[in-house]
Design a protein around this ligand. Sequence first.
Ligand SMILES: Nc1ncnc2c1ncn2[C@@H]1O[C@H](COP(=O)(O)OP(=O)(O)OP(=O)(O)O)[C@@H](O)[C@H]1O
Ligand SMILES: [Mg+2]
Length: 315
Amino acid sequence: MGVEVRVEGLTKSFGSQLIWGDVSLTLPAGEICVMLGPSGTGKSVFLKTLIGLLKPDKGHVYIEGTDIATCSERELYDVRRLFGVLFQDGAMFGSMNLYDNVAFPLREHTKKSESDIRSIVMEKMEMVGLVGAEKKLPGEISGGMRKRAGLARALVLDPQILLVDEPDSGLDPVRTSFLNQVMIDLNEAFSPTFLIVTHDVNTARTVPDNIGMLYHRHLAMFGPREMLLSSEEPVVRQFLNAQMVGPIGMSEEKDADELAAEAGQELPPLPPIPIQQLPSSGMLRPTQREPGAWCREHGITPPPGSFATATVGAR
Ligand SMILES: Nc1ncnc2c1ncn2[C@@H]1O[C@H](COP(=O)(O)OP(=O)(O)OP(=O)(O)O)[C@@H](O)[C@H]1O
Ligand SMILES: [Mg+2]
């Protein structure tokens, strides 16, 4: 089972530039969370702060009783072993073939024999659909294959927490769906806690248990998927529905003139909340809830047509 990540009052700046302030949220153990936000709002900085690669100015990140923000290097080294990370750029070693790239964390962090390493590497390569490409160099394969190789590498130490930065950037819709399915199936099988950063609205609407949104140097909202998808909060609503009308503009925030020009424009109604994507087994994941459960519990009427195709097996 994955572990909980509890973030309290986290603040990060570079010099005088505040990136985000006072961020508090909990990634519940074994659940899938997505973090959204316009480009440059500090999503990648947030991931790097969670694993202690960047030090926050203030606040805490508690993982199994250790505060990443203040612990010693030795403790950080131990806690980091709980994490698997897919960085935004893949961070592959260009001169190593995919096999050696994926094997790298095992050779660095364990004393496993080469034959044990081989069986782990091949198992993860198979999970992400890359068997047969082991000898290729990162420069010789497509962007989508590099992302999948990066995911395989993030998995070799059987992480309890998986941080995945834009797994779908530059991927076509079919490969994005494939990669989403791989992550959902992984979560069903091993229950790691997931935090996925994405710009893909469809992924955000259908994959996670919880959604967060960074905007304008703070966490605009974080909560269950159905809460954000039924929210009328302007920033959340605009982003999750990919609309042009709303407070977010091309340069993050619209200016007063732009907003005045929009005054009185009617927002389209909220679209139906889609059913959450299921694992390949067709069963609910251990932490996945029945469609509409959150709305029912909170007395929220979801937009008409929500959960229309809900035919799920119970676990
Ligand atoms: N090491 C660093 N030193 C100084 N500034 C940095 C550093 N890393 C990031 N920044 C700044 O922090 C801000 C947030 O960057 P970040 O990469 O986290 O954005 P993002 O939300 O991931 O954007 P995108 O969606 O384009 O990936 C940017 O203004 C960036 O220039
Ligand atoms: Mg980023």
